[in-house]
Design a protein. Structure first.
Length: 276
């Protein structure tokens, strides 16, 4: 007889999961996210042959298996991303920010970028393709992609995408030029891949040693944090940027305290943040 999986979470276990995810990654999950815990944790329950999420919580609480504990936290991160997400920002990079950076860095001919919360790598690789399409190809170009989740960092490093992923946001001309078929999937090719490297980093940790960067993407991640966490992260990002370097948040995002370290600039309808 197949085992019946009970997904219902006891209230004290729900509170434990909220606190555990918050302490491990900073993500705030409100009291009404039962469905999210249930749908994301059910596969882990099944994988470990457990009968319920409550049994899974008991294992995490016992602190005997760090892998399971980490797996639970990773499962609660949202990794949604796609190529050239928020195209207006890439247009602004191509038409305004890159020309300015080229002028500013014409002596060193070196540009450094950071995709903070890079998920499966589409953001970093979109930027890499944009750079290869611009006349800075022969410059020293480095893109760092970082994420809390080692699972998505491994995927970003592999640079292997499913058809459904390359269908999202990636122009056909760039698909043909910078990817090759690998079975049913698409493999990003060496000229793009070699511009980007990926590391596992928790954004709440000190990031002073990462920079200095000319431009940082920190998009669609601040929404998961409380105000104190956001402030701490913005402060750290500021330390990684050259003075006058650029921070791009997601289109609709802003963060409390940002004006302390950044100046807002409009490029058309787009707000970008300049390190003071
Ligand atoms: C929705 S994705 C955003 C991906 C990409 N920046 C974009 O806009 O398409 C959010 C990513 O933030 C990562 N994340 C969440 N909390 C984090 C933390 N404390 N440190 C680093 N990364 C974190 C998640 O693992 C996830 O991959």
């Amino acid at each position: 007889m197949s085992q019946v999986l009970t997904t219902e979470i006891l209230p004290e276990n729900y509170r434990f999961l909220q606190e555990h995810v918050y302490s491990q990654v900073g993500i705030v999950l409100e009291d009404n996210k039962h469905y999210l815990f249930e749908s994301r944790l059910a596969p882990i329950v099944k994988q470990h042959g457990l009968g319920s999420i409550n049994e899974l919580v008991a294992l995490v609480r016992a602190k005997r298996n760090q892998d399971i504990s980490h797996q639970v936290v990773e499962a609660m991160t949202t990794n949604e991303t796609y190529f050239f997400r928020d195209p207006a920002q890439y247009e602004a990079i191509k038409n305004v920010l890159l020309p300015k950076l080229k002028e500013d860095r014409k002596d060193t001919r070196k540009l450094r970028f950071w995709s903070a919360a890079s998920s499966t790598g589409q953001e970093a690789y979109s930027l890499a393709m944009l750079l290869l399409e611009s006349n800075v190809k022969d410059w020293n170009l480095q893109i760092l992609g970082t994420d809390f989740s080692s699972k998505v960092v491994e995927r970003a490093r592999a640079g292997l995408y499913q058809q459904i992923e390359v269908n999202r946001g990636l122009p056909a001309s760039l698909l043909v030029k910078y990817f090759r078929r690998s079975g049913m999937d698409w493999q990003i090719t060496e000229p793009v891949q070699k511009l980007a490297r990926f590391e596992t980093i928790d954004l709440r940790k000190s990031m002073r040693t990462l920079g200095p960067f000319d431009l940082v993407f920190c998009r669609n991640v601040m929404i998961y944090f409380d105000n104190d966490t956001k402030r701490g992260i913005l402060k750290e990002i500021h330390t990684t940027l050259f003075r006058g370097g650029w921070l791009l948040l997601a289109g609709s995002e802003t963060a409390s305290g940002i004006d302390e370290w950044f100046e807002r600039k409009m490029i058309g309808n787009l707000t970008v943040f300049v390190a003071k």
